[in-house]
Design a protein around this ligand. Structure first.
Ligand code: CP
Length: 302
C-alpha cells in the first residue's frame, strides 16, 4: 500500500482492507499520534462535502500534519479554465499526499496518472468512494463481529450511488448475499450483477423492502442523488420512493444495523435515529479512524 494511490476499491486487496481495519482500531484507541509531523496533505474538493472533507481534515490534524487546499473549486484557478491535470501537477509540488473529490467519473484515476504523490479518491462522480467503503467495512465489522457471510440490503439509488458500487465490490470478498432494493429507474447497473454472477455470489432484486428487512444483517440506506440527474422531472418521480420508518424495524434481527453514508434527505425517518439499530452517526465518526489508517498505510507511517 505504501506510496500507492487509492482511486478504486479494486486498488486494494482483501488483505489490505483487513490491515486498514486493524490500523483503524488502533487509531480508535489512540487517535492523537504525531505521525504526519513535517508532512503536508492537500485536500481538493471540487464537489461539496461535509463528512469526507471534515473527517479527512480531522484525521490529518490528529496525525499532526499540515493541511492545504480548497473546498470550493470556484476559488481555485479551475474557474479560469485550468485543466485538472495542470492543477494536480502543480499541487503535487506542494504536498506529500492529495485527497480529492471530483464530479467526473475517472477524474481521480487521471489525477493519479499525472501526480508524483499518491492520490486518495474522496468520490468521483457516480463511480466510486473507496474511503467510504473502508469506513463502512469498519462499521460492519464493529457491529457484526465479522465481515463474512452477511445478508446486506442496499436500498435506494443503486444506479448513481458510488458508495454502493465500492461497497458491493469489497463485500464480495466476504461471501455476502446482496438484496438490491430500488425502483427500476435506479437499479444496480448490469456490470455489477455480472461481477457478482462471475464470483458465484447470490443477489436478489426487489422494488420494496417492507416485510423483508427482517432477514437483513445490514440495511444500507442511500439518498437519491439529485445532482446526478440530467432531467429534474426524473428526480421528482423517484425522490421519495423509500422511507425507513421506526415501525418497519419490528421483527428485525437483534444484530441488524442501519448504515447510511449520509447526507440523509428524508429516506430515514428521524424517529429511527434513537433506536438501537441506527448506526449512521457512529459510522460517520468511524470515518476519522479509518481515514487516519488509510493515510498511515499509504504514507508508510505504520
Ligand atoms: N458520505 C459522504 O461522502 O458524505 P459527504 O458528501 O458529506 O462527504
Amino acid at each position: 500500500m505504501k506510496n500507492k494511490s487509492l482511486v478504486s476499491i479494486n486498488d486494494f486487496t482483501k488483505e489490505d482492507y483487513l490491515r486498514i481495519l486493524d490500523l483503524a482500531s488502533e487509531f480508535e484507541k489512540n487517535p492523537n499520534q504525531n505521525l504526519l509531523d513535517g508532512k503536508v496533505v492537500a485536500s481538493l474538493f471540487f464537489e461539496p462535502s461535509t463528512r469526507t472533507k471534515l473527517s479527512f481534515d480531522t484525521a490529518i490534524s490528529r496525525l499532526g500534519g499540515k493541511l492545504i487546499g480548497f473546498s470550493d473549486a470556484s476559488s481555485s484557478s479551475t474557474s479560469k479554465g485550468e485543466s485538472l491535470s495542470d492543477t494536480i501537477r502543480t499541487v503535487a509540488n506542494y504536498a506529500d499526499l492529495i485527497v480529492m473529490r471530483h464530479p467526473i467519473e475517472g477524474a481521480a484515476r487521471l489525477a493519479s496518472e499525472v501526480s508524483r504523490v499518491p492520490i486518495i479518491n474522496a468520490g468521483d462522480g457516480a463511480n466510486q468512494h473507496p474511503t467510504q467503503t473502508l469506513l463502512d467495512l469498519f462499521s460492519i465489522k464493529k457491529t457484526q463481529g465479522t465481515l463474512e457471510n452477511l445478508n446486506i440490503f442496499l436500498v435506494g439509488d443503486l444506479k448513481y450511488g458510488r458508495t454502493v458500487h465500492s461497497l458491493l465490490i469489497a463485500m464480495s470478498e466476504f461471501n455476502a448475499t446482496f438484496n438490491f432494493v430500488s425502483p427500476p429507474e435506479l437499479a444496480i447497473p448490469n456490470e455489477y450483477k455480472i461481477f457478482l454472477t462471475n464470483k458465484g455470489l447470490k443477489f436478489y432484486e426487489h422494488t420494496d423492502f417492507e416485510g423483508i428487512i427482517q432477514h437483513a444483517d445490514i440495511v444500507y440506506m442511500t439518498r437519491v442523488q439529485r445532482e446526478r440527474f440530467s432531467d429534474p422531472m426524473e428526480y421528482e418521480k423517484v425522490k421519495n420512493v423509500y422511507v425507513l420508518r421506526k415501525d418497519m424495524l419490528d421483527g428485525t434481527k437483534d444484530n441488524m444495523r442501519i448504515l447510511h453514508p449520509l447526507p440523509r434527505v428524508n429516506e430515514i425517518s428521524t424517529d429511527v435515529d434513537d433506536t438501537p439499530q441506527a448506526y449512521y452517526f457512529p459510522q460517520a465518526l468511524n470515518g476519522v479512524y479509518t481515514r487516519q489508517a488509510i493515510i498511515a498505510a499509504i504514507m508508510g507511517l505504520k
